[in-house]
Design a protein around this ligand. Structure first.
Ligand code: DOR
Ligand code: ZN
Length: 362
């Protein structure tokens, strides 16, 4: 007889890396995240990017308003409101000043600053061209303990796309941690064995170092992008890697090591912009994030490690209290829809048309 659990009740999880976009897109995707997660670190790569406290405050207000509008609809349908707290970030540029950082930190509203190397990914054109440029901002972050969330890929076009994360560790991350030894860093959406091992083995050679891991990088290797033809819904950045890397990520996520925690990098793009001659990077996973993570942890035989990864370690890293509510998952088939509404268009979730073994109970 199988002893596999049929119910999984864990402390309510948080998403430590999320793209919510703005306007109608925000209104479409926010309820998916708020149904599962208590809080999320909100990525600032809007157009234009969220570079100041004022912009972060205004963006936060729009998120809170979108949630209130959704909750009003739920109330009319006799459903309980969703409770969700957006944790804002600033987009680091060459010109971010120490004063920008200190004001953001003192507000209590900004929980991290995001480094996009200029040109590395979606809406990263205003990102950092040289880490020496915003040095005063980075020094201020080191002083006050404000974490730097790092998109860890070099942008040098001569470096193979699949090597850009590994090269970033040697060329950028190690020197950065040496020069600012107290800077707290989250290596975002890691995708390689080298990154997992670097984070695991990073000792007192720098400040606190954590890493987020997405569900898609735990579930898929790069074959998924090319199975029977080009599969744009499996294209994200950093791109999926070989199986040996996926195995290292699964090992890290399910190890119980608190330096590894959940960050979906759920990144919505309209169906037509994914299924395109030059398709956008990003996998949409907010709809069924915990179903996907439960699948990955169960595949590894480590369902008992899901709660630490999803609900404890990120809060501990960000020095926030752990959530006191719970989330329940049930072993019941979850049919991933072919598409969901996205403003006037549609959004295709990861694994559209497939069935997952776990369903969140809302
Ligand atoms: O796949 C990705 N999509 N990676 C990123 O770094 C950005 C994100 C987005 O904003 O679409
Ligand atoms: Zn992202």
């Amino acid at each position: 007889m199988s002893s596999a659990p049929t119910i999984l009740r864990i402390a309510r999880p948080d998403d430590w890396h999320l793209h919510l976009r703005d306007g109608a897109a925000l209104a479409a995707v926010l309820p998916h995240t708020a149904a599962q997660f208590g809080r999320a670190i909100i990525m600032p790569n809007l157009k234009p990017p969220v570079t100041t406290l004022e912009l972060a405050r205004a963006y936060r207000d729009r998120i809170v308003q979108a949630l209130a509008a959704h909750n009003a609809q739920r109330e009319q349908a006799g459903r309980l409101p969703l409770v969700f707290e957006p944790l804002m970030t600033l987009y680091l540029t060459d010109n971010t000043s120490a004063d920008d950082i200190l004001r953001a930190h003192e507000s209590g509203l900004v929980h991290a600053v995001k480094l996009y190397p200029a040109g590395a990914t979606t809406n990263s054109d205003a990102g950092v061209t040289d880490l020496r440029r915003p040095i005063k901002a980075l020094e201020a972050m080191e002083r006050v303990g404000l974490p730097l969330c790092v998109h860890g890929e070099v942008v040098d076009p001569s470096v193979d796309l699949f090597d850009r994360e590994r090269v970033f560790i040697d060329q950028k991350l190690i020197p950065l941690r040496r020069s600012l030894p107290g800077l707290r860093i989250v290596f975002e959406h890691i995708t390689t064995r080298e990154a997992a091992e670097y984070v695991r083995d990073a000792g007192s050679d720098g400040g606190d170092l954590g890493a987020t891991i997405t569900a898609h990088h735990l579930l898929y290797n790069r074959n998924a992008i090319f199975s029977g033809g080009v599969r744009p819904h499996y294209y994200c950045l950093p791109v999926l890697k070989r199986e040996t890397h996926r195995l290292a990520l699964v090992e890290a996520a399910t190890s119980g090591d608190p330096r590894f925690f959940l960050g979906t990098d759920s990144a919505p793009h309209a169906k037509g912009l994914k299924e395109h001659a030059c398709g956008c990077a990003g996998c949409y996973t907010a709809l069924h994030a915990m179903e996907l993570y439960a699948t990955a942890f169960e595949n590894a035989g480590k369902l008992d490690r899901l709660e630490g990864f999803a609900s404890h370690f990120g809060a501990d890293f960000y020095r926030l209290p752990r959530n006191t509510q719970t989330l329940t998952l049930e072993r019941r088939p979850f049919a991933v829809p072919a598409a969901v509404a996205y403003g006037e268009t549609e959004l295709v979730p990861l694994d559209a048309g497939q069935t997952l073994a776990w369903t969140c109970v809302h």
